[in-house]
Design a protein around this ligand. Sequence first.
Ligand code: ADP
Ligand code: ASP
Ligand code: MG
Length: 434
Amino acid sequence: MMVCQFGGSSVADASQIKKVKAILDSDKERTIVVVSAPGKRFSGDEKVTDMLLSCAALAQNEKALEEKFEEVKDRYRDIAEGLGLGRDVIDGELEAVLEKMKMGAGRDYAASRGEHLNAILISKYLGWNYIETEDTIVIGENNKIESESYTNLASVIEKGKKYVIPGFYGRSPSGEVRCFSRGGSDITGAIAARAVMADVYENWTDVSGVYSSDPRYVKSAHVIPMLSYKMVRELSEVGASVFHEEAIAPVVEVNIPINIRNTNSPEDDGTIIGKEPEEKGVVGVSAKGGLSKIYVRKLMFFKESGVRHKVLSLMHLYGIKPCYTLYGCDSISWYFETKQIENIDTEEMCLRIKKEFSLDEIELKKGFAVVGLVGKGIEETMEYVDALDELRKNKIVPSSISLGGSYTTFVIGVPEDRKLDAVNCISERLFISK
Ligand code: ADP
Ligand code: ASP
Ligand code: MG
């Protein structure tokens, strides 16, 4: 049995959904399908989830949302018509959603309706059963998947029947609609795969697998045929956005392989995520921008036990959650997402931290990116030396380098405005001119 998840680009309009049907029809093992909300049909288009979030913001500010919601209606009506179901087949559901939003149903409810409505339409089109994730998937704080989600789902799935499941949402332990973070339909697909112990979890998107770098920006990018779970997690952690970084967890413990495939090119094999590749060496180079760095120094800093934790706890109060830590003799630097400090007085925060811990120095700088080189045995192959040499040739000065704790990723801090140059030149050196 296979569980197939189709991302927003694969279900963006009727012509894409017809491709989905052809893929499902081509293998009788494809019996469970998890769908996203309609995504972008062309560059510059708006995802339905974003439209719904705008509607929720209007409702929250007590502004009229009917006009914006009309755009949502049009997207679904176009899909219904294009699939031959009749333009008004989903009107009743659309009206009900509008009414609930006007009554102040909130952000998660609004966001979740993108998947809900699309899954209803697709189940009608395929003639498959619809499963409501509000009744089955339980999401705790911080995206935590409650274990009853697996048993709940398994209990409503019967052998020999076919099902459509909306991605991205479930309910909170207290019963309200709750969404995963953006791109979270990948997580729902993984939950469904684990619930039925699928032979494979197929994740269908608009590219033919996980590329060595984001194919939109890196000319020399190529599809990686095989990746370990650990590698794909580390690649997405440093910016490879093709697969949600939290979607590995449900399938990794039970060893279900994930196959990333292209809806627009179903004959391609894609990437298999599961076993570790045989060969050592860097397989992917990815980058994540929008970072800031905070640096703190104090003579004999670490003599005082638990001090790192105390500084972190104070930063946490301001909403800062670091993603990379670098240690010096008497100093530490933390990288974190700049959007976390958008609405705070950083000067006041730095002064407070400096005073509270009698620091010698504290410095906060914006404008960083990190480039990650991910692969097996990279501490032995030492390709990171080539990468650093290439940065020197291109006059890109690293702000930090680290082999990290996992020995799977070598992380280089670079100025944000040189992020793409850095990924391109390293990729060229490691994969083309080798
Ligand atoms: P979907 O609509 O299927 O959910 P996403 O936008 O979530 O699609 O993910 C697919 C996109 O991820 C691709 O179109 C590609 O531009 C981007 N991407 C970023 N990094 C990578 C990578 N390393 N490999 C493949 N795609 C990547
Ligand atoms: N529709 C949601 C989003 O746009 C979830 C998903 O597509 O996976 O983020
Ligand atoms: Mg996606």
